[in-house]
Each structure stands twice: as C-alpha cells, then as structure tokens.
Design a protein around this ligand. Structure first.
Ligand SMILES: Cc1cc2nc3c(=O)[nH]c(=O)nc-3n(C[C@H](O)[C@H](O)[C@H](O)COP(=O)(O)O)c2cc1C
Length: 333
C-alpha cells in the first residue's frame, strides 16, 4: 500500500507468519533501500516490493485543468497552475533499487514488467507476482513469465490495477467471479485481493481456488499502519456502498471512501479529472489542507468494500486472527 506501508507494519505481519509488503511507488532509490534495511533490522522473512508500471506521459489540456483547479478551489486552496506539472519518480531507478534490495517478490500493478526487467528479476532470484483485474490480463501476465497472479477484484481498496486505465471502470469483475476464472485459466498460484478482511473471506478465497490472500484495507486501522486518524475512524463506519471508484483523487480509477469531495466530483456537471499523474498534482493542496485540518471529507482516503470489517488491533493480531478463523472454518465438518 503505497503511502501506507511503514516497515513496522511489514515486520509485524512477517512475525505473525505472513509476507510483508512495500508499495514503492512514492519511494526513490535511497528510500527503497532504507525501507528494506528497516524491516531486515527488525526481522528476516518474506517481503513483497511493489511498483506501478508507468504509462506514456499524459496529454495535457490547459483549459480542462483550469476548470479542475477552479472546482478544487471549493474544497481547499486554489491550486497553482504548476501543480499539474507533477512528475513521477524514475521507474528504471526504482527497478534497480528494488533488485538491490532483494525482496522475495517483486509485484507489478497497472501493466506488466518489460521482458528486460523480468529477466533481471529472475536472474536475481526474485519472483514476479503480477496484478490482474481480468482473465485476459492474467493470461498476458502468465505469458510474460509471471510466477503468480494477484487477482484484484473490483471490491479492492486503492487503485485498480487494470492495465488500461480507460477500461478500468468498464471491466469491473468481483472477486467471486475473478478468482475461480483465473485459477482455471492459468497454471500459476493465485493470490486473492479485494474485501478480504476477516476469516470468512480468507476461507472463501481459498475455497474459490486462491493459494493466498492479500489484505489492504483490513490493516488500515492497525496502529503500525499509522494512517491519519480521521481516515482510520471513517473506515469503521463505511458500508460497502460507502466507498466509490473515483478518478478525482489522482486521475486513475481507485476505490476510496465516498467523501464529500469524491461525491461532488461524481455529480453531473462536475469537470472531468485530469489524467494521472496530473490530477494527483492538482489535488495535492486540497489533500495537504485536509491532513492539517484533520478533515476526512477532503482526504485521499482509500478503502475497499470490506472496510467496516477492518479492526483496530495490532497488525500481528489481525494477521493471526484472519488465519486462525479461516482455518477453523475450513477444517470444521
Ligand atoms: C491505502 C492503499 C494503498 C494501496 N497502494 C497500492 C500500491 O501501491 N500498489 C498496489 O499494487 N496495490 C495497492 N493497493 C491495492 C492493494 O494491493 C490491494 O489490491 C487491495 O488493498 C485489496 O483490497 P482491500 O483493500 O479491500 O483489502 C493499495 C490499497 C490501499 C488500501
């Protein structure tokens, strides 16, 4: 979970028998190394490091950006025109740092690692787990040499991993349909992601053909995750329909709490968001103000449809309970 994955969260999950995870999107090479050092100083165990596959630079539309900035001025300080110039970190530098950090697994989202990267990863003994939101994406990942598929259902919190952002809202496949379909289509382990936040869901995912689960929102209330308190609190009250897929926070479709801002951006007549990562830059002043004022209604508050099942407990306890509950359900006659 980029921006919500302190080393302490991974260390606690590893200690409980799970795999740690680092969303490295927002980390430069130095911080990738520092993240891994911090985990390894604490505990040795399996770790996944995740990168987003970059898209070509977006087409800019000055007048559309101006409308978007005027809209955002209703929710925070009016963003300066330069906020739209936001640049992502260099992908190749991040790949080099990831390989040097030697995680157990490198995972991808929003596309596939290019063949040269797959070769380097495998040469370094690092496995590749590719996120897929459709059967077609899973087949493409298998063909490209992935070692496992992370099946991300449309329930999932955070960004949708669809390879093509343009079809991410059209191809909304739920986890109950996605996991068995991918398990049947590819001869690789499947890791289920999306609204898995209690033992019932873990047992269901394993029954459907998954070999493991990936939990995001279910850890957002753990103290180790250290997300802003208003966000963590709002999660506990969110019904499944209290989350929405929106482009308004970054320009890429992602599931977030249906806050005042997210709902307003979905109203007819609201200006369309700029593409990723332009929208991410333009919304930054609002998000900064929201953090300062502790106002969840304008925060980037990612959450999956299983949000209300996230519990406020230490991450190790959450992981242990998920597995014990699932095991009890799977072994009961
Ligand atoms: C706060 C947050 C940040 C996330 N960041 C990433 C990311 O950087 N890379 C990624 O592959 N998935 C990311 N995800 C998606 C998760 O990998 C996973 O698919 C999702 O959390 C599963 O659904 P759940 O949140 O309902 O458990 C993020 C999810 C959340 C909640």
């Amino acid at each position: 979970m980029a921006g919500a994955c302190p080393p302490a969260l991974s260390a606690a999950v590893i200690r409980a028998g799970g795999m740690g995870a680092c969303g490295a999107l927002v980390l430069d090479a130095e911080r990738i190394a520092a993240w891994m050092d911090a985990v390894r100083r604490d505990i040795d165990g399996p770790v996944q490091m995740n990168l987003w596959i970059p898209e070509p630079a977006p087409e800019r539309d000055e007048s559309a950006e101006a409308s978007q900035r005027a809209f955002l001025a209703r929710f925070g300080p009016e963003p300066a025109a330069e906020t739209g110039d936001f640049r992502l970190l260099d992908f190749d530098d991040q790949v080099e740092a990831l390989i040097a950090a030697r995680p157990t697994v490198a995972s991808s989202i929003m596309g596939l690692f290019p063949p040269r990267v797959v070769k380097r990863l495998h040469g370094a003994g690092i496995r590749w787990w590719a996120t897929a939101t459709t059967v077609g994406e899973a087949l493409a990942a298998a063909q490209a040499g992935a070692d496992a598929i992370v099946a991300q259902g449309m329930e999932a919190g955070g960004h949708r991993g669809a390879f093509d952002s343009a079809t991410a809202e059209r191809d909304l496949v739920g986890l109950f349909a996605l996991v068995p379909a991918i398990a049947d289509a590819v001869d690789l382990p499947v890791i289920a992601a999306g609204a898995v936040a209690d033992g019932r869901a873990v047992a269901a995912a394993l029954t459907l053909g998954a070999s493991a689960v990936e939990v995001g929102t279910g850890f957002l209330r753990a103290p180790e995750t250290a997300v802003a308190a208003p966000w963590a609190d709002a999660i506990s009250n969110a019904s499944p329909e209290g989350t929405m897929i929106t482009r308004a926070l970054t320009g890429r479709p992602a599931r977030a709490l249906a806050t005042r801002f997210v709902r307003a951006a979905a109203e007819p007549g609201a200006p369309p968001p700029a593409p990723y990562p332009v929208q991410r830059g333009i919304t930054a002043p609002m998000k900064t103000a929201a953090g300062r004022e502790r106002d969840v209604e304008r925060m980037q508050a990612w959450a999956g449809q299983g949000a209300s099942r996230a519990v406020a407990a230490p991450a190790g306890e959450i992981a242990t309970r998920l597995w014990q509950d699932a095991e009890a359900r799977l072994s009961s006659p």
